[in-house]
Design a protein around this ligand. Structure first.
Ligand code: FES
Ligand code: FES
Length: 182
C-alpha cells in the first residue's frame, strides 16, 4: 500500500461543475458544496453519505489502513483523500467484490495451526482485503516479501499478521487455480 504523505489534508479547488465518481461500477453525480463540501474526505463520503460501511475509519490520519479502497486499480487510504479529488475516478470498496471472491474466501477460511486466523474483531479486515486485491490483480503470485511490503501500512490490533499473510498466499493459489480451470 502506498505510504500516506505526512501533514494535513490539502485543500483543492472545488470544480464548478458536477463531481462524478464511479463507485463499484456505477457512476454517481454530486453537486459541489451541496453534496460534497471542499474539506470532505473520501472515506466520509463513502461511509457516511453513501453507506459503504465496509471500509472502516479507525485512525483517520493515514496510519492504520482500515479505510483502504481501490482507486483506478491502486490501493489508497480514503481518509487521506478529499472526496472532490476522486472526481472522474473509479473506486472499488469491499461491497463491490463478488460474493465468492477468492480473497474474501481465503480470509474467512484461514485457520491453519501455526498461523492462526486471519481475523478476530474484523475491523482491519476490509482494508487488508482491498490491499490484497490490488496486489494480486497486479502480481497474482507474490513472494512473502512482496506480500509483507504490500500490507505494511496496515495495523491489526488483534495481531493476526501470520494468519493474514497465509490467507494472502491461499488467495493467490485460489486465483491461479481458477485461471487454470477456465
Ligand atoms: S482510517 Fe485511514 S488510515 Fe486509518
Ligand atoms: S482482526 Fe481485529 S484488528 Fe485485525
Amino acid at each position: 500500500m502506498p505510504k500516506p504523505s505526512k501533514g494535513t489534508k490539502k485543500t483543492v479547488a472545488t470544480p464548478s461543475s458536477e463531481i462524478k465518481i464511479k463507485i463499484n461500477g456505477c457512476w454517481h453525480t454530486f453537486e459541489p458544496e451541496r453534496d460534497i463540501e471542499p474539506t470532505m474526505t473520501l472515506s466520509y463520503l463513502l461511509r457516511e453519505k453513501l453507506g459503504y460501511t465496509g471500509l472502516k475509519v479507525s485512525c483517520d490520519e493515514g496510519a492504520c489502513g482500515a479505510c483502504t479502497v481501490i482507486m483506478d486499480g491502486k490501493a489508497i487510504l480514503s481518509c487521506m483523500m478529499l472526496a472532490v479529488e476522486a472526481n472522474g475516478h473509479e473506486i472499488l470498496t469491499i461491497e463491490g467484490l463478488a460474493k465468492d471472491d477468492p480473497i474474501v474466501e481465503a480470509f474467512a477460511e484461514q485457520c491453519e495451526p501455526g498461523y492462526g486466523t486471519a481475523l478476530q474483531c474484523g475491523i482491519c479486515t476490509p482494508g487488508f482485503v482491498m490491499s490484497t486485491k490490488a496486489l494480486l490483480d497486479e502480481n497474482p503470485v507474490p513472494t512473502m516479501t512482496e506480500i509483507k511490503e504490500a500490507l505494511s501500512g496496515h495495523i491489526c490490533r488483534c495481531g493476526c499478521y501470520a494468519g493474514i499473510a497465509q490467507a494472502v498466499t491461499h488467495a493467490s493459489e485460489k486465483i491461479v487455480n481458477k485461471g487454470e480451470e477456465s
